[in-house]
Design a protein around this ligand. Structure first.
Ligand SMILES: [Mg+2]
Length: 222
């Protein structure tokens, strides 16, 4: 049940992993310790090369996959993940431009508690955490997230997310904004897909789109 649908807030959704938390940093450190890292790649290098840690060939083993599955479902681990520098300050600024309507994450529901603690610890704005039903496999996460975005529009006017494959799962008719965080500047077919290399870019673009005069014009424009 998503309770906030009944409330009168309208705003953006935020992804968490690799958008707010440097989850990959923690994972790479631990996976290297436990299973080795023959190419000696840093978290950033693995992230840039493979985007997803689980795609690093050396860790495509049963044991490493088991570690990852456990890490995904551990509340303790979520509580202690590193913060992407300044993401919390940026999000608090964003919240003044357009409210944070919810956190929308492919993390499973059973880690909402640890996730909530982490968000509180870093003083992120309070908002509901919408997480993947635990019965749904991790691999279905992005498809699920796209479906949620469709369903939540126009309460949720878009998302800030580092996962560009989200676009593949959204129909062309989707009216929300996708702020793709931490990807190089580039143009997409739709003006509503916006590449934002840094949080500063997210803030600047959001300011332009959601300023007072044309606030939420997205709904009447189509
Ligand atoms: Mg992410």
């Amino acid at each position: 049940m998503i309770s906030f649908k009944n409330q009168q807030i309208q705003g953006l959704a935020l992804d968490i992993d690799e958008t707010l938390s440097f989850t990959a940093g923690y994972w790479v450190e631990e996976l290297s310790k436990n299973f080795g890292n023959p190419q000696k790649l840093s978290a950033r290098e693995i992230f840039l090369k493979y985007r997803l840690i689980q795609k690093y060939p050396h860790w495509q083993t049963k044991e490493a996959e088991k570690w990852m599955e456990n890490a995904r479902s551990s509340n303790e681990i979520q509580k202690n993940l590193p913060l992407i520098a300044n993401a919390n300050n940026a999000v608090n600024k964003l919240n003044k431009i357009i409210p944070i309507a919810c956190y929308l994450t492919v993390r499973p529901k059973n880690v909402i508690q640890g996730t909530k603690r982490w968000l509180e610890k870093h003083k992120f704005p309070k908002a509901e955490i919408i997480a993947r039903p635990s019965s749904l496999p991790y691999e279905e996460g992005t498809r699920w997230k796209a479906k949620m975005l469709l369903k939540l529009y126009p309460k949720v006017l878009g998302i800030v997310d580092d996962n560009s494959s989200l676009i593949k799962y959204l129909p062309k008719t989707y009216k929300g904004f996708i702020f793709l965080y931490d990807i190089p500047r580039q143009k997409f077919n739709s003006k509503k897909i916006i590449a934002c290399p840094t949080w500063e870019d997210v803030l600047n673009k959001a300011k332009t789109i959601f300023t007072k005069n044309n606030q939420f014009k997205t709904q009447s424009e189509n």
